[in-house]
Design a protein around this ligand. Structure first.
Ligand SMILES: C[S@@+](CC[C@H](N)C(=O)[O-])C[C@H]1O[C@@H](n2cnc3c(N)ncnc32)[C@H](O)[C@@H]1O
Length: 200
């Protein structure tokens, strides 16, 4: 997502409870913890958090100028069960204890079509190794994209890490829908993968 410089995304704007610009272990005191990585402007995760106040949500967005919009929504809607990490997913082990996360949502992650950039994909094995550390044993990954090749490659990556996988090449809309899905759904099919149960 290309995002212009946002002069309002200052360090002091992010100086809030439950908001992290540098590594610190989060205290997750609820049984269920749901993570979204690459949250963009946060439509999906903020609506999810409002709907389930007894669940802890964590939004991970490495672009501060984009993450600004997540925190803006959190402040405006007074959402208290959502943590915001403004950092790359590659540093997640410095924020989350092992086996604390119930589910990870990857909504319309950047597809990085060129082979030399595949390592940057949020479903690449380099990231799956990190997710394996923080996910609970029966943890799940929910992946959605409009990019067919990214979907097929991701299904291969996920296969060797999870016991149960389901695939869908024409996913219906969910009750909560991300900003990207709102746009992409009008243009063609949405592909999704659900993976569950980490292979130890
Ligand atoms: C294409 S946008 C999708 C936004 C949102 N999930 C949606 O569906 O509307 C992808 C977002 O992932 C973020 N991102 C990409 N790589 C990331 C990483 N390694 N860690 C955290 N965020 C990342 C980008 O900054 C961008 O905002």
């Amino acid at each position: 997502m290309r995002q212009k410089f946002n002069k309002l995304a200052t360090k002091s704007f992010f100086d809030e409870k439950n908001t992290y610009l540098k590594p610190e272990i989060l205290s997750i005191n609820k049984e269920k913890c749901i993570l979204e990585i690459g949250s963009g402007k946060g439509k999906f995760i903020t609506e999810f958090a409002l709907k389930y106040p007894n669940v802890t949500f964590v939004a991970v967005e490495m672009n501060r100028h984009v993450a600004y919009h997540i925190l803006k929504k959190v402040k405006e809607k007074n959402i208290s069960n959502l943590h915001l990490i403004v950092d790359s997913a590659k540093n997640l082990i410095y924020y989350l204890n092992e086996k604390t996360v119930s589910s990870i949502y990857l909504n319309f992650s950047d597809p990085w079509p060129k082979k030399k950039h595949h390592k940057r994909r949020l479903t690449h094995p380099n990231y799956l190794k990190i997710y394996k550390t923080i996910l609970k044993r029966n943890g799940k990954i929910f992946f959605r994209t409009d990019q067919k090749e990214f979907y097929f490659d991701s299904s291969l990556y996920l296969q060797s890490y999870f016991e149960k996988i389901s695939y869908n090449q024409n996913s219906l809309s969910l009750p909560i829908i991300s900003e990207y899905e709102l746009k992409k759904r009008k243009l063609g099919p949405i592909y999704s993968i659900e993976a569950e149960g980490i292979n130890e």
